[in-house]
Design a protein around this ligand. Sequence first.
Ligand code: ATP
Length: 258
Amino acid sequence: MKALAPNAAPFPALEVAGVSHSYGKRVALESVSFCVAQSSFTALLGLNGAGKTTLFSLVTRLFAARSGHIDVLGFDLARAPSQALRRMGVVFQARTLDLDLSIAQNLAYHAALHGLFPRDARARSEALLARFGLAHRMKDKVRDLSGGEMRRVEIARALLHRPRLLLLDEPTVGLDIAARADLLAHVRGLVRGEAVGVLWATHLIDEIDQGDDVVVLHVGRVLDRGKVGDVVNRAGARTIGEAFRKLTGIAEPEGASS
Ligand code: ATP
C-alpha cells in the first residue's frame, strides 16, 4: 500500500500531483504538478501572488488539499500525515524564533516537540550549529543575531529531526547580497552533505543555478518545470530570466541580469 511505503530511493522527496486551491472564488493554484527529487535543489520561481505560499500551506497541511495529492518520500500526506510530516522540515517566510530565548533554548524547545531525547537534541543542535557557523553563539539571545544568522538558526532548527525534505519559503527576503549568497551556499551544502531534497521558493532569478531543477509558477499555474538548461532550451531563451519572460509574457524578475 502506498501509504505504508518505506523511505526507498525511488520515491521523490516531494511529489505534488494535480493540486488546486481556491480562496472563495479566487483561484490560487490550478492543477499544479511537479516533483522534488531526493538530494536535489528545486527552485520554485514565481512573482508575488504566483501561489508559492499557498502551495507551502498545502504541503505543510496548514490547509488540506481538496484535489490532487501530495506525497512525501512516498507517504501520502492525506492518508499518512504523521509519516509524511515527520520527514519534512520547514522554514516559513515569516520568522518564528523566540527572540528572548537563546539559540540553544529555541532548538531545545523544537526538539522536544519532535520527541527527541534531550541528550540527542543537544548533540544534534551542536552539530548543526557548527555546520552553520554558529556553534560559538549557542548561548546568545536570538534578538542579538543578524537577519542572516537568524535564518541559519531557523534552518538548523528545521533539520533537527533529520527530515529528508526541506521547504523554504523566500528565505532570503530582507537579507543583503552577502547573507543571501551565504545562506544559499549552506543550503546547497545540505543537498550534497545530508541528501536532503530542497524546495526553495523565490522570486529572485540570481538564486537559481544552471544545475538546479526549477518550477516556474505563474498566477497559480506551472508554466514549465525541469532542469534549468532544459527549461531555458524549451523556451528558446539564453538564460532562465529570459525563459521566465518568454513563458509569462512579463518583465524578468529581479536579479535577471546575473
Ligand atoms: P507572495 O510572494 O506575495 O507571498 P505567493 O506566490 O506566495 O506570493 P500566495 O500568497 O500563495 O502567492 O497567493 C496566491 C493568490 O492567492 C494571490 O492572488 C493572493 O491574493 C491569494 N490569496 C492568498 N492568501 C489568501 C487568503 N487568505 N484569502 C484570499 N486570497 C488569498
